[in-house]
Design a protein around this ligand. Structure first.
Ligand code: NAP
Ligand code: MG
Length: 502
């Protein structure tokens, strides 16, 4: 990365891409040169059919998926109808009975391992497509989404022939056909979280991508073909909510693994009540990120930034409620303002971008509406100045002070780059306020004292609690919620249990 002063230059990136200087100020403002990730190595079809029974199958209807950073169409994808879902489930059922449930764990492991290896070879292509289709910064898809997705396949490949050690002395068997439905915030990663343990345990899969981000799942379908996975073991569909409900309600689907909103989670639970289907739900969150006065404040600021602005805040475990101890509140708010000014919002394919595009127009409207409610309810908004691109869906990183727990912005999941700053005086008050939400997915604690960490961890009702860090993931570590954040765990040994009858 080169920085060079060019006196008198305009405040737009120059075409040779080297400097941005805001003229007319006593001090030049140094800027990064554009550093766009190349796209010439990716291969995308104009149109994607459904991946059913190991083959590409045409659908009656197709819809466009766009790049939210420029609103341009990237490709068309099939919309799976009820008949298409039925075909996919029957293919998965046949593959389960005839092939996959009969293979040894060692043989299943080889296939899963092969998928992981091919993903590694195509990591750069997967990252670029993930960023184009969903709007997330390339540094995140390259550094988090894709490597973590690969790590999940490697991790569960390792378990496939060792299940007896995961459940010593127990009898267990696979479940059969599992239906999996994922959201748009981490498409490939969510697919890996779901497909890898299901295959390791001997199940077959019908998975649906979210409407706005179908492409990396179809790239995964190509990888699955290349890995020569037996036909029908994994079937990949795109489509809207209806497609999801056809999967949920198909009688041959024996388990549902759903990640998405609490609202749809409730619909799913209602529709399978009274059936013998197993279900895991990974739903929404409104996590408390708690900063004590004895915390390393500069590190905590980075943790707050990572907690809420990572992936534009489209993160179920985002640290969207910041609780700061009274004595350090003004210091934290001051430092947070300074740090926000340095966040780079813009082209997701630029390697220096920190905050990319909002995933869809619909999500942008939802964020804007909730932010307006914060303003209307008298909270104080802070947004750094930043030039947003003309096309695409964008929202400035935002935080609110003068916030009460009763404000909508402190209650509802915004799923965007918006933080509510709240205050507490004692650990007891922090625990009470942190738990004052219908959700219970995650939390963060920042303090110098181990004893305080243990006390907080034992009393906060959340599935994942980070101390002196935030948003750290590992395939060996289980993930999941309490209360309205859902039930069941993904990752680790806990994640295996969800795909077996033990
Ligand atoms: P969503 O509306 O619930 O959608 C999730 C998935 O369900 C999508 O594939 C969606 O299809 C599909 N769907 C919609 N209606 C359905 C129905 N009636 N039956 C079956 N499937 C249906 O959620 P979202 O807005 O995409 O995602 C954001 C939410 O997911 C947030 O609340 C977030 O917290 C949560 N989330 C949770 C976790 C976790 O692990 N706990 C992780 C990521 C996200 P369409 O795309 O066509 O709508
Ligand atoms: Mg898209």
């Amino acid at each position: 990365m080169t920085f060079r002063e060019k006196p008198g230059a305009s405040n737009r990136p120059s075409s040779n891409g080297e400097v941005k200087i805001v003229s007319g100020r006593s001090k030049p403002v140094w800027e990064y040169a554009p550093s766009t990730e190349a796209k010439d190595h990716i291969s995308l079809k104009n149109r994607y059919d459904l991946f059913v029974g190991g083959k590409w199958v045409k659908a009656k209807k197709y819809f466009a998926t766009i790049n939210p950073a420029n609103e341009k169409k990237i490709a068309e994808v099939a919309s799976a109808s009820k008949e298409d879902v039925n075909r996919a489930v029957l293919a998965a059922d046949k593959a389960y009975k005839n092939v996959w449930s009969k293979l040894s764990g060692k043989e299943r492991a080889k296939y899963i391992f092969r998928i992981a290896r091919i993903m590694q070879e195509k990591a750069r292509e997967l990252a670029v497509i993930e960023t184009m289709d969903g709007g997330k910064p390339i540094k995140e898809s390259k550094g988090v989404d894709v490597p973590l997705a690969i790590a999940h396949f490697f991790y569960y490949a390792g378990w496939a022939d060792k299940l007896q050690y995961a459940f010593p002395g127990k009898k267990f068997s696979p479940i059969g056909v599992v239906g999996q439905i994922i959201p748009w915030n981490f498409p490939l990663l969510m697919a890996a979280w779901k497909i890898a343990p299901a295959l390791a345990c001997g199940n077959t899969v019908v998975i649906k991508s979210a409407e706005t981000t179908p492409l990396t799942l179809y790239k995964l379908a190509e990888i699955i073909q290349e890995a020569e996975l037996p036909y029908g073991v994994v079937n990949i569909l795109s489509g809207a909510g209806d497609t999801g409900s056809y999967i949920v309600n198909h009688p041959k689907v024996k388990k549902i693994a759903f990640t998405g909103s609490t609202e749809v989670g409730k619909i799913i639970l209602r529709s399978i009540a009274g059936t013998d289907k197993k279900v895991t739900l990974e739903l929404g969150g409104k996590a408390a990120n708690i900063i004590f006065e004895d915390a390393p404040i500069d590190q905590a600021i980075e943790g707050i930034i990572n907690g809420i602005y990572f992936n534009q805040g489209h993160v179920c475990c985002a640290g969207s409620r910041l609780f700061v101890q009274e004595s350090v509140k003004s210091l934290v708010v001051k430092k947070l303002k300074q740090r926000l000014k340095t966040l780079r919002v813009g082209d997701p394919l630029d390697k220096n971008t920190d905050v990319g595009a909002i995933n869809s127009k619909m999500q942008l409207n939802k964020i804007a509406e909730l932010v307006q409610s914060g303003i209307d309810e008298g909270c104080t908004i802070y947004q750094p100045e930043c030039v947003l691109p003309d096309k695409g869906f964008w929202f400035r990183p935002t935080f609110f002070t003068n916030t009460a727990q009763s404000n909508r912005i402190a209650q509802d999941e915004i799923f965007g780059p918006v933080l509510s700053v709240l205050m507490f005086r004692t650990p007891k008050e922090a625990i009470e306020k942190a738990n004052n939400t219908p959700y219970g997915l995650s939390a963060g604690i920042w303090t110098d004292k181990g004893s305080k960490i243990f006390k907080m961890v034992s009393e906060i009702k959340a599935g994942i609690i980070w101390s002196n860090t935030y948003n750290k993931f590992n395939p060996a570590s289980p993930f999941g919620g309490f209360k309205e954040s859902g039930f069941g765990r993904e990752g680790g040994v806990h994640g295996l249990k969800e795909y077996l009858q033990v």
